[in-house]
Design a binder for this molecule. Sequence first.
Ligand code: ZN
Length: 317
Amino acid sequence: MSQSVEFTIKGAPVRVTPIQTGTITIKRCHHTCCLPERAPMTARFAAILADRRWADPLPIWTFMIEHPEGIFIVDAGATPDFNDDASWTHDPGAGKLLRSFLRIDVGERETLPAQIDALGIPAADVSAVVLTHQHIDHTASVPAFEHADTWTTEAEDRAAAQTGSCPWRWRWRTDQTRIRHIDNEGIEPAGATRGLRATVDLVADGSLRAIHTPGHTPGSVSVALATDQVEIWFTGDTSFTADTMNRRLQLLAYTPTCPQCGGFTDTSMVEACSCRRTTGTTPNVSRRQWRDGLELDRHNSRGERSVVGRAEQNGLE
Ligand SMILES: [Zn+2]
């Protein structure tokens, strides 16, 4: 069962619930980026297809944010129809190819709509769904939220179209889906910023923002929730696991173990915030700190890649 964590915003309660919609298993070459990102995409893709070894399954996370101004979802997870040949009749070749290098294991009761319904939240009550990106393990339940705005970027639409998701073949959206584009409607940050682009305020009090943060994909999005206690960043597939993250940034991502203390479990990752407190570091990762962290990391003496830079290695899924 999902474990919620309570915060406040100007004293009003806000609840964050991580919801796991099954697992995804990828090839080891994919997981470890066996070819560097400078290699052509076709070569990297061929290496993944050729690899016969599978990595350990990764949890597919979504998040529900019960905010004083509405209910918001970050990512729409996976659904069992990925494994159903009938759902691929419009494009059987794509189905066969995808399932040759991605395994998704999710039951009907593990889908996002089923789990929030079990928590007493009807899908119709959700105000908006924010997609960190459009990979298949982040988008499948979008059709269940037909009354919600679905935030993505036009950059992501273009990238998805280039990789075969022709507009008439979207598995996750129809003409009725209320698509909104952060890079069209958002405000570009003033001055030079690395990694952060157009931003949309999802609520009037400014405490919940969706930000175009290209990296894992050209149209990737991060969501920032500023509570009275901590600022939480939901960063999608910026990093597949905690050990590939930049520890100094201390971002909260879809990571099964904490980069600081390793002390929280899959379903209570939001506890990473309190974990940070116990290490004596600031629990508040501000936008400025995050931006400066990227700058620092891109130029650090060890020559390591930044979080966004690392994620660029993982551009396939
Ligand atoms: Zn992805």
